[in-house]
Write a protein of this length. Structure first.
Length: 396
């Protein structure tokens, strides 16, 4: 029995040796006798998007034999090779390439042609398609309150979804110097305390395609013409002008209801302006204290006390006239009509806004010619609580 077992294990041993020899013969042709030596591969590769280019960076190789790298794309159909100098902290390369998303293969080499194992990374190049979707941030309002001279620019929404990082505003200050201000997307408004009236502004909106972008892209400049800026005229400079033929005031009965009350800042509280009973049309005249502004809009507040809203002497239909040289006799010589207006229902607390037809000149003197009042009585007195005038800088 022991002899049989020994013979069995001997047979197995022979079979094993024979099998191993056959396996060695099978794989021998795939084995390089001295083995394959790879140079150090690119490690911790990062890509950054750019305008018609992609930036590559990775840690400098420790292997001193690495002397160059080659980047492949389009399934190895295209490639770019560059040298890697010694004694550098990191490897950086800019690849000029058309717009698109790419899959890149990177291999490093030594001078003998030995290569590294391949490294695959993704990258993006920005081009015309992205540029065509860049727009300047909209400007909602440009306004100067002449009581303090500050220019307020109110902005629409910023296009942060497509990569807007803000816009650069260029303007001229009071000394004539050119200044630049960067406005972030979070800023809804910009105030310029030193803006020089009558000068144009411009701005360009800046974009970055993504957080890795190495290029800041800019739109073409958007112009803010000086004549498009609206100024709130300074009421402290207004003056009453009492000429022959004007409606005048009812001083004998209402001595505090004077023309000057139309710009005292009280929009709904008595007293305002009150004329005597008078046949229409009838008018009042006042001076703006400047002829630098072409009127843009006119806001009028009605009298509301004693149930007079949409009633009594509040103007229903009226005209505005302008002059820079009104004759002392009160006649209509040298006066130019700026527009005809009709009052309707509105928010009486906020006043009623009337836009002046575009193209009017700048005038120093203004006439309000009332054709009818909300109370249609032909001799109804005129009542006005407050006025506000806005204009565009436009010296005659």
């Amino acid at each position: 029995m022991k002899i049989k077992i020994s013979l069995f294990f001997a047979a197995l041993l022979v079979m094993g040796i024979t099998g191993c020899k056959k396996m060695d013969d099978t794989y021998k042709k795939y084995v390089v006798p001295e083995g394959i030596t790879y140079v150090e591969r690119a490690k911790a590769v990062k890509t950054y998007s750019g305008l018609n280019r992609v930036k590559f960076t990775w840690a400098a190789p420790v292997d001193p034999s690495v002397s160059k790298a080659r980047i492949y794309w389009n399934n190895f159909a295209d490639s770019a090779e560059f040298k890697i100098p010694g004694n550098v902290d990191s490897v950086t390369y800019f690849l000029n390439i058309p717009e698109g998303m790419y899959s890149f293969i990177i291999k490093t080499f030594d001078d003998a042609g030995k290569q590294s194992v391949p490294v695959e990374v993704q990258g993006r190049s920005i081009g015309a398609t992205f540029l065509s979707n860049m727009f300047n941030r909209p400007l909602s309002e440009s306004f100067v309150d002449n009581t303090n001279g500050k220019l307020l620019l109110t902005w629409g929404g910023a296009d942060t979804y497509n990569g807007s990082i803000g816009h650069e505003l260029i303007y001229t200050d009071a000394t004539g110097a050119i200044k630049k201000v960067f406005v972030t997307p979070e800023s809804a408004a910009t105030t310029l305390a030193d803006y020089k009236s009558g000068t144009d502004l411009s701005y360009t909106t800046w974009y970055r395609a993504d957080t890795t972008s190495v290029d800041t892209l800019k739109t073409s400049p958007a112009l803010i013409p000086s004549k498009a800026i609206v100024y709130k005229l300074d009421k402290s400079k207004f003056k009453a002008v009492r000429l022959p033929g004007d409606a005048g005031e009812m001083a004998s009965i209402f001595p505090t209801w004077r023309i000057e009350n139309m710009w005292d800042g009280r929009t709904n509280a008595d007293p305002g302006y009150h004329s005597p009973d008078i046949v229409k049309p009838a008018h009042v005249t006042f001076e703006l204290g400047t002829s630098d502004y072409a009127l843009y809009s006119f806001r009028l507040w009605q009298r509301t006390d004693w149930g007079s809203t949409y009633s009594e002497g509040n103007p229903k239909t009226f005209s505005l006239w302008g002059s820079n040289n009104p004759p002392a006799d009160g006649s209509w010589t040298n006066w130019t009509k700026l527009g005809d207006f009709t009052s309707g229902t509105h928010n009486v607390t906020a006043g009623e806004l009337f836009l002046i037809p575009p193209g009017v000149q700048a005038y120093r003197y203004i006439r309000i010619q009332v054709h009818s009042t909300w109370n249609p009585k032909p001799t109804q007195a005129i009542q006005i609580m407050e006025v506000e005038l806005m204009g565009n800088f436009s010296k005659p």
